[in-house]
Write a protein that binds this ligand. Structure first.
Ligand SMILES: [Zn+2]
Length: 141
């Protein structure tokens, strides 16, 4: 059994975190994952939303007004290996709930949200262990 970000368990915080600490944690996460938080992609057909990576092909094509390019979430879901697909669906559902309620206000961020965001974007942009062998080799941004 391969280990994947999708099987990572959530550990509740062992001490209280202030709003300030959580905001800093969230900012660090955004920075580390190089997400363009000014560019939230929203696909009409499937309803999926996500941020693009700074300097990615996707960002470039969105900035050029190409709205017809495919949904990265759908692509990842489709290419996630069967045993992990249910977990990926659950993860995506939770993330979509988060992003739909997130009013671009870092004060809203809870400890769990940072965990959720980290797992979601690791799966979406980095985690190759959840992909099928064929897709593992293909580079995708
Ligand atoms: Zn989609």
């Amino acid at each position: 059994m391969t280990t994947s970000v999708l099987t990572r368990e959530y550990n509740s915080p062992t001490r209280p975190y202030s709003k300030n600490e959580l905001t800093t944690k969230y900012d660090r996460f955004i920075e580390k994952f190089k997400l363009n938080t000014k560019l939230l992609i929203s696909h009409e057909k499937c309803g999926h939303k996500y941020y693009v990576k700074i300097n990615s092909k996707k960002e470039q094509s969105m900035l050029e007004g190409n709205t017809s390019s495919g949904c990265s979430v759908c692509w990842r879901l489709y290419n996630t290996v069967k045993p992990l697909r249910e977990g990926a669906n659950d993860l995506n559902r939770l993330y979509q709930e988060f992003i739909n309620n997130y009013q671009d206000d870092p004060d809203q961020i809870e400890y769990f949200d940072i965990f959720l965001n980290t797992v979601f974007y690791t799966w979406l942009y980095g985690d190759k262990s959840s992909l099928s062998k064929r897709e593992e080799k293909r580079r995708y941004e």
